[in-house]
Design a binder for this molecule. Structure first.
Ligand code: SAH
Length: 234
């Protein structure tokens, strides 16, 4: 084999790894996910449906789990964490009433998938992850799929990210015992936060928090199960 043939072969075998997003094998599975799990339920926002139709979810699970990336369930991502079920990601995104250009903070980067869905809608996505290895992996997943503008921070999300606030929306993807006050402080006037509230390892309530001036209201929406919101040691 000549040196140039070898190089050409190497280049071909590298292409699939580099172009996760363009892999057509998953197009049908993703379309089925959108029709059977989302639009047949109560996901009606076209920005959300388009984002879910576009983000290559198989690029946000571990290689061994690629075949179940589009299933109607959460999938483990290591370190005791999970990538949320597609419906829950879509629902949380729909609940914030998304619009192009909005400023969004996510707590709990995990795989990076929820951040990618938000990034399909707006250029201003900030996300915080407390487990350093997951922050690295989630950021790598985002970059590999072309979401270069999402900002990832390795920290305890309890304190938010005040430098980039206030936020039009905050999406918390881990279950907290109570609503962290610093996050409420970082909501813009008219901003909303969606957060699962309740005890870890039990059913929690997906809660919508709204800030109007100094007035903060909460609305319990539906029972959900999330991994716990953990805290960095003092
Ligand atoms: N949004 C993620 C879901 C990951 S599961 C996705 O789309 O894949 C929830 C994540 O929240 C876990 O990775 C967990 O480590 C993280 N987490 C829990 N408590 C946190 C905290 N206080 N600050 C930041 N991240 C936290």
């Amino acid at each position: 084999m000549t040196r140039s043939t070898l190089l050409a072969l190497l280049a071909v075998s590298l292409v699939p790894a580099l172009q996760i997003g363009a892999d057509e094998r998953f197009d049908a599975a993703r379309e089925r996910m959108v029709t059977r799990q989302l639009s047949s339920r109560d996901i009606t926002d076209s920005l959300v449906l388009d984002a879910m139709r576009t983000v290559p979810r198989h690029g946000f699970v571990r290689p061994a789990d690629v075949s179940r990336a589009y299933d109607d369930t959460p999938v483990p991502i290591g370190y005791g964490q999970t990538i949320s079920q597609p419906y829950i990601v879509a629902l949380m995104t729909q609940l914030i009433g998304p619009w192009a250009g909005m400023r969004v903070l996510e707590i709990g980067t995990g795989s990076g998938y929820q951040a990618a869905v938000l990034a399909e809608i707006t250029d201003r996505v900030y996300t915080i992850e407390i487990i350093p290895e997951l922050a690295d992996w989630g950021e790598a997943n985002l970059r590999r799929s072309g979401y270069d503008h999402v900002r990832v921070r390795r920290a305890d999300g309890y304190y938010g990210w005040p430098e980039h606030g206030p936020y039009d929306a905050i999406v918390v993807t881990a279950a907290a015992g109570s609503i962290p006050p610093p996050l409420v402080d970082q909501l813009a006037d008219g901003g909303v936060m969606v957060i699962p509230v309740g005890s870890p390892f039990m059913t929690q309530m997906l809660t919508l928090v709204r800030r109007d001036g100094d007035r903060v209201t909460t609305e319990a929406l539906l029972p959900v199960r999330f991994v716990p919101f953990t805290r960095a040691p003092e």
